[in-house]
Design a protein around this ligand. Structure first.
Ligand SMILES: Cc1ncc(COP(=O)(O)O)c(C=O)c1O
Length: 387
């Protein structure tokens, strides 16, 4: 079986975990937690990091810390994981959905800006979600959110190390600057689930430059304990604390994050060399202002082929090749129907991507021979489609 993902844990992970056991520091009080927070925040170009139990909790912490309150609207793509909407809904906020941009597979930026421009006081935040390793086009969002004082709460779960070339944030007019995803807006959220570029098994982190936002995040992840009187809680918080064991793995992973990102880019290059010219499929487009990290090598089948992602994935499974489907749009989730705002014309690009898109084995342990095999089988499936 060629799995869709397999993490690489051959750095200092074992050594640091043994250190936790030997010293007895296994809870969130242990020293690896703050070390991991400092190292990862620095990697993102942020001042503060607050580590939590997973990327879903991290999104909730981020929205809470940014000050999002019940009844407020958070603009986000329909083409994303349920976690984005769930985080907003749990805080009583309303996910306001936009369709996918077929040229980035990230949120439709023009649609996003139009919603912010309405100037409705309930529109409190935009959540750019960088998809499959490719950044959202940030400049128009940064500009409009500055103008209307709307917060930016970034979901950078899938883009550790990706960069976006910004004119808006450059020091001088006419200049540009490359900025890491996870450095935009008020606060940014990451996941360290086992399939992410760096992993702690389960885990997440918010990063920010604002000390008050960081403090609110710390408070929310720790039951909002009272500052003066510990057991007099200041708000409804949760226990979202990351353990020292997870953080120990995290530190070992951040130590080699550039190497892991380089491996992801290498895998994408292997696939591009073999699939780039296949006219019946389209790999995720790369825009000139993006330095993606190719978290997952994803593709859309040409609908004229008459082959859906579901069928292609099943055929690959029979060849012992693991894949994952694309997200079903949030607008199409029966559980969310009455909890989200959907654009008038629906989200046709999201619907189409769901039907024809999937991603290929992309884990850090993947070899070029395995990529060869995946591409050979996929090409054969395409050649036999409709026969
Ligand atoms: C874009 C995005 N946001 C958030 C999450 C949630 O992270 P977690 O699985 O750690 O809760 C994921 C998970 O895959 C994700 O892809």
């Amino acid at each position: 079986m060629i799995p869709v993902n397999e993490p690489l844990l051959d750095g200092n992970e074992k050594k640091y975990l043994a250190e936790c056991i030997d010293t007895g520091w296994i809870s969130s009080e242990g020293p690896f937690v703050s070390k991991f927070e400092e190292m990862f925040a620095e990697f993102c170009g942020r001042k503060y990091g607050v580590a939590v139990i997973n990327g879903t909790a991290s999104l909730e912490v981020a929205l809470y810390a940014a000050g999002i309150r019940p009844g407020q609207r958070v603009v986000m793509p329909s083409f994303t994981i349920a976690s984005c909407a769930i985080a907003a809904i749990r805080l009583g906020a309303v996910p306001c959905l936009v369709d996918m941009d077929p040229e980035t597979w990230c949120m439709d930026v023009a649609q996003t800006c139009r919603i912010v421009e309405r100037g409705d006081e309930h529109t409190a935040a935009v959540m750019p979600v960088h998809i499959y390793g490719h950044p959202v086009e940030m400049d128009p969002i940064l500009k409009i959110c500055d103008k209307y004082r709307v917060k930016i709460v970034e979901d950078a779960a899938e883009v550790h190390g990706a960069e976006y070339c910004s004119e808006y944030l450059a020091a001088e007019p006419g200049a540009t600057v490359w900025k890491k995803c996870g450095s935009f807006g008020e606060i940014s959220s990451f996941s360290f689930y086992a399939n992410k570029i760096i992993s702690t098994g389960e885990g997440g982190m918010v990063v920010t430059d604002d000390p008050e936002i960081a403090e609110r995040a710390r408070s929310y992840r720790n039951l909002c304990f009272g500052k003066e009187e510990r057991f007099r809680h200041e708000d409804i918080g949760y226990n979202f604390r990351m353990s020292n064991l997870q953080a120990a793995v995290g530190v070992a992973q951040v130590e080699r994050i550039y190497e892991l990102v380089a491996k992801k880019r290498q895998i994408a290059e292997w696939y591009k060399n073999r699939l780039g010219e296949v006219s019946e499929l389209r790999l995720q487009p790369i825009r000139e202002w993006a330095r993606p990290v190719h978290w997952m090598v994803a593709l859309e089948l040409d609908r004229k082929l008459g082959l859906t992602a579901e069928v292609a994935m099943q055929k690959l499974k029979e060849k012992k090749i693991g894949t994952r489907p694309f997200f079903m749009g949030l607008h199409a989730q029966p559980s969310m129907r009455y909890l989200v705002e959907t654009p008038e014309g629906g989200c046709p690009y999201t619907d189409s991507a769901y039907r024809y898109g999937f991603y290929l084995p992309s884990g850090l342990a993947l070899t070029e021979e395995q990529v060869d095999e995946v591409c050979r089988e996929l090409k054969e499936i395409i050649a036999n489609a409709g026969k």
